[in-house]
Design a protein around this ligand. Structure first.
Ligand code: HEC
Length: 167
């Protein structure tokens, strides 16, 4: 153990000496660690997971409790969206359109439609047809809001931007 510490210390000292010798050291390249999601991104990622979970139940094994939980997550997320994008919360997020705040009434109306349709998702369980119809309406709410209030990703060469189609 002492040996390891001694070796590590020697390396660290050698590194420091080298860095001082080369001063001014070139700026280190920023680490390419993925950024953790912002609270807004996290609520949207939860929307995607919950909608996918509900859809999977609609077409496979009927698990009413799990479907209800997924619908409840979407209802709760609607409440979080109202708070997370409230007036005065503009932080110049690169993917959030300023229209969220300049047209706050339109954004609120879109979110309230989303919450109402999330409630329909819950009411439809376990009728698969009603569940599928309700999910189509909810997905239209996701798409409608994104079209107006989210900055689209730049298209990638040879394909569409990540998430451009799916979200
Ligand atoms: C009332 C408006 C609104 C509704 C409804 C809405 N979204 Fe979003 N969504 C946004 C906005 C605005 C952003 C960009 C937020 C940001 O980057 O800060 C976003 C971003 C996203 C992202 C990208 C998150 C990331 O990691 O960058 C996903 C995925 C997503 N939404 C999925 C969904 C799904 C699925 C639904 C429906 C079940 C939905 N959203 C409903 C407004 C909405």
């Amino acid at each position: 153990m002492h040996k390891i510490i001694a070796v590590l210390t020697a390396f660290a000292l050698a590194g420091m000496t080298a860095a001082i010798a080369q001063a001014p050291a070139p700026a280190a390249a920023p680490a390419a660690a993925p950024m953790p999601p912002t609270p807004r991104q996290a609520v949207m990622q939860s929307n995607r997971t919950a909608a996918a979970s509900y859809s999977a139940i609609t077409i496979s094994n009927m698990e009413p409790d799990a479907a209800r939980a997924a619908a409840q997550t979407l209802i709760d997320n609607g409440g979080r969206i109202a708070t997370l994008f409230a007036a005065g919360t503009d932080q110049n997020d690169p993917r959030a359109q300023p229209a969220i705040w300049t047209d706050a009434a339109g954004f609120k109306a879109g979110n309230e439609r989303f919450i109402a349709n999330a409630r329909k998702l819950q009411a439809a369980i376990p009728d698969r047809l009603a569940m599928a119809v309700a999910m189509r309406e909810l997905q239209a709410d996701c798409a409608e809001c994104h079209k107006t209030y989210r900055v689209p990703l730049a298209p990638t060469p040879g394909g569409r931007g990540r998430g451009a189609a799916a979200n």
